[in-house]
Design a protein around this ligand. Sequence first.
Ligand code: G3P
Length: 218
Amino acid sequence: MKFFIDTANLEQIREAHEMGVLDGVTTNPSLMAKERICGEEACRRHYEAICRIVDGDVSAEVIATDFEGMIREGEALAAIHPNIVVKLPCTAEGIRAVKWFATKGIRTNCTLVFSVGQALLAAKAGATYVSPFVGRLDDISEDGVELVAHIVRVYRTYGFATQVLAASIRHTRHIVQCLDAGADVATCPLSAIRGLLKHPLTESGLKQFLADHAKVNG
Ligand code: G3P
């Protein structure tokens, strides 16, 4: 399973990259706004900065909701760097844009996916990635991880090449559950990635090793 970080924060991207486990980055308009990135030129420079840190796919989302606007913005985003993946919402216009980009050989991430039917349309249109939102489904008492598993089953049954990118991951357990569900990618906040490291027996074991070493070596 590939690991993406779900942030536009350069420090966090750098930290995850330095751990040596980062395969890519996903952003969205909310995450870009959180970093106070404002205007087309600033966005372009920010995506360039991300691409300088990480040698992997970087999802950059369009703001337009109409087909022509999505194409215009998506083409500009794709031109920034070969690792940019154009992120498009799972709407009728978005699916049409996914298809358009697929025919041009431009990679896409179809986002805001909350049902297997939406995931089917994204795959049929030729999306590179589909992003089911795990945490937001859990927020409304649905089962986000089960949706990931369902999409994985359907894609494997029918041989779709679209990769299942589990998004809206909120905590470490979600990552492990998405592993079990067969997700191709999980895009996670840094806190959830750090959480994978934590185990009290690792901490106490290391403490003991160092104490024993110090007894003999001073
Ligand atoms: O990748 C999508 C993600 O950023 C949404 O996460 O926590 O806002 O539901 P969240």
